[in-house]
Ligand binder design. Structure first.
Ligand code: HXC
Length: 258
């Protein structure tokens, strides 16, 4: 796969998609978002891949939507052109696990894109912020919705209204990221975590992801019912037969292709 604004690698069953506009701190433009959607869908459909990592550079995961590209937009360009909706949310349709491995600036639309990943591993140099207010706009890719759900209203309001950045330690404390690692260990850690996930049954991983995401869209009772359907259905899968018989035989399970 050849892209102009992304770099692609695979490590066994783990795919790495790297945002790559270094001169603009990976500011997210239309072409990059189109390419990202294309790469995500290709890996989601590829049976040789069990987990996807989305990353940027050490200096910036992404410093936001491309301000130079949108500065002259008018309402016809944004509403009429379905700006954001047209190509930013492909990641939400990906059924396999997507880990965000972030470092440096994770700002504005970059933070919103990161929050669309299933979970985040951050380098200790990461800075998260929603500074849209400083350029005269609201967030537009879920910042006012996913941030308060993730870190609570008070911290989210503080970040959204003051544009202040939080560091990796504060991000971990507030639950925005699951792990913080030294910058030079970020990809090693992310690939190791991705490899662990990719060694599980991809079917079960997709069911867990879908079920967790349901928690944010429904009541507790309905969510637990939703989970129960997947749990019961798991007994019709080869993954359950393999996992449980491997446990009882005291051997490692082999979920390859399951
Ligand atoms: C376009 C950007 C950019 C952005 C940085 N650059 N962020 N270009 N859009 N979001 C470019 C700079 O113009 C500069 O280009 C180069 O990247 C390096 O940036 P510097 O500012 O020189 O670097 P530094 O001094 O280290 O400052 C880093 C920074 C700053 C603090 C991250 O660049 C910054 O504040 N960026 C904007 C952050 C922001 O407001 N993001 C939210 C955008 S709104 P040149 O050519 O001069 O070298 C948004 C809307 C989301 O995201 C809603 C919809 C999804």
């Amino acid at each position: 796969m050849e892209y102009s604004d992304l770099l692609i690698e695979t490590h066994g069953r783990v795919a790495v998609i790297r945002l790559n506009r270094p001169k603009a701190l990976n500011a997210l433009n239309d072409n990059m978002m189109n390419e990202l959607g294309d790469a995500l869908y290709k890996f989601d459909a590829d049976p040789a891949i069990g987990c996807i990592i989305l990353t940027g550079s050490e200096k910036a995961f992404a410093a936001g939507a491309d301000i130079a590209a949108m500065a002259n937009y008018d309402y016809a360009d944004t509403f009429g052109g379905n700006y954001i909706g047209r190509n930013w949310e492909h990641i939400l349709n990906v059924r396999k696990p997507v880990i965000g491995a972030v470092s440096g600036f994770v700002l504005g639309g970059g933070c919103e894109l990161a929050m669309m990943c299933d979970f985040l591993i951050a380098s200790d140099t990461t800075k998260f912020g929603q500074p849209e207010i400083r350029v005269g706009v609201t967030p537009g890719a879920g910042g006012t919705q996913r941030l308060p759900r993730t870190i609570g209203k008070s911290k989210a309001m503080d970040m959204l209204l003051t544009a202040r950045m939080i560091d990796a330690a504060e991000a971990e404390r507030t639950g925005l990221v699951s792990r913080v690692v030294p910058a030079d260990k970020l990809m090693e850690e992310a690939i190791a975590v991705g490899t662990t996930i990719a060694a599980m049954s991809v079917t079960v991983a997709m069911a867990i992801k879908d079920s967790v995401n349901r928690a944010f869209e429904t009541t507790l009772t309905e969510g637990v019912r939703y989970e129960r359907r997947y749990f019961h259905a798991a007994f019709g899968t080869p993954a359950q037969k393999e996992g449980m018989s491997a446990f009882l035989a005291k051997r490692a399970p082999n979920f390859d292709g399951l």
